[in-house]
Design a protein around this ligand. Structure first.
Ligand code: CIR
Length: 263
C-alpha cells in the first residue's frame, strides 16, 4: 500500500474571477455619485480578494481579461451557475453586453451544460439570489420580465422555483440582500423593497453588510466596511473573513460580484 496525500485534505473548490479592466474608472453608475478610482489600489484589492479565497480553500480560475470593458471585473453578472448548470446572462446595460463571450468560454471549459439568455430579455447575475431550490430574481433596471421568464423556463426541469421580486432602491437584488449559509436572507432595510417576500429575514446595520459570499457552512466572506454587521454574523455563530473592496464599492460593486462560485 502507499500513502495517499489527499486523505484528510478537504477538496478545494473553484471560483471564476476576472481581472479589472484598465478603464475600470469608467464603469456604470446608477444610484451613487462618481468618485475617483485608484486603479492600482483596485488591482491590489482584487488580489487581496483572490488571496482570501485561496486561504479559505478556493482555487480561482481567471476568465480571459477584457481590459477595455470597464465593468468586466464584476464577473457574477455575466454568468450564473445552478449546481452544474450554467446560464449565460443577457446584460441589461449595453456597455456590458460584450462581457458574456469569454464568460461562456470559461464555463464551457469547465465542461458544464450551458444555456444562454437572449435579448430582448435582459438579466444580470447580480439580480439572482439562490436559497436552496428557490431562486429570487430582482426585477430591476437591468433585469426585465422577459429575462426572468427565460430563466424560469431553463430552471423548471432542474426543480428550481423562480420568484420575481421588486428592486427599485439599488442596482441589483444582491446589492440589497444576500443569504447566510443557513438560508436566512440578510439586508439593510432602507435598501430592501419588500423584506416580506423572504421566509426568514435578518436586518443588518450597514449597507455594505448586506453582501456575503458563503465560503462553507460556517464561514462567510464580506466587506471590511461593515464591522457591525460582521459582529452580528459572528454572534449568529459564523466565522467571518473580511476584505477591503472600497474601489469596487465606489462602482456599486460588492463581494459577491467579484466571483462566480462553482459548487
Ligand atoms: C454596474 O453598474 O454594472 C457595475 N458598475 C457594478 C456591477 C455590480 N455587480 C453586482 O452587484 N453584481
Amino acid at each position: 500500500s502507499h500513502a495517499d496525500a489527499s486523505v484528510g485534505a478537504p477538496a478545494r473548490r473553484r471560483a471564476l474571477v476576472r481581472r479589472p479592466a484598465l478603464n475600470l474608472a469608467e464603469g456604470q453608475l446608477t444610484h451613487i455619485e462618481r468618485s475617483p478610482i485608484d486603479l492600482a489600489l483596485a488591482v491590489e484589492q482584487w488580489r487581496g480578494y483572490l488571496a482570501a479565497l485561496a486561504d479559505e480553500g478556493w482555487d480561482t480560475i481567471e476568465v480571459e481579461p477584457a481590459l477595455h470593458l470597464p465593468d468586466s471585473v464584476f464577473i457574477e453578472d455575466a454568468v450564473i451557475l445552478f449546481g452544474n448548470l450554467a446560464v449565460v446572462a443577457s446584460p441589461g446595460a449595453p456597455s456590458r453586453r460584450g462581457e458574456t463571450v469569454a464568460a461562456e468560454t470559461a464555463v464551457r471549459a469547465l465542461g458544464l451544460p450551458v444555456h444562454r439568455l437572449e435579448l430582448p430579455g435582459t438579466l444580470d447575475g447580480g439580480d439572482v439570489l439562490k436559497v436552496g431550490r428557490t431562486v429570487y430574481v430582482g426585477r430591476s433596471l437591468r433585469t426585465n420580465d422577459a429575462g426572468i421568464a427565460q430563466l424560469r423556463e431553463i430552471l423548471a426541469p432542474a426543480g428550481y422555483t423562480v420568484l420575481a421580486v421588486p428592486v427599485t432602491k439599488v442596482l441589483h437584488l444582491k446589492t440589497a440582500v444576500t443569504a447566510l449559509p443557513d438560508g436566512t436572507v440578510i439586508g439593510y432595510p432602507p435598501l430592501v423593497d419588500d423584506p416580506s417576500v423572504f421566509p426568514s429575514f435578518l436586518p443588518v446595520p450597514e449597507p455594505e453588510g448586506t453582501a456575503v459570499v458563503v465560503l462553507d457552512d460556517h464561514t462567510v466572506l464580506m466587506s471590511s466596511a461593515a464591522p457591525r454587521s460582521a459582529q452580528l454574523f459572528a454572534a449568529h455563530g459564523y466565522r467571518v473573513v473580511t476584505v477591503d473592496i472600497s474601489e469596487f464599492e465606489k462602482l456599486e460593486g460588492c463581494v459577491t460580484c467579484l466571483s462566480v462560485r462553482v459548487r
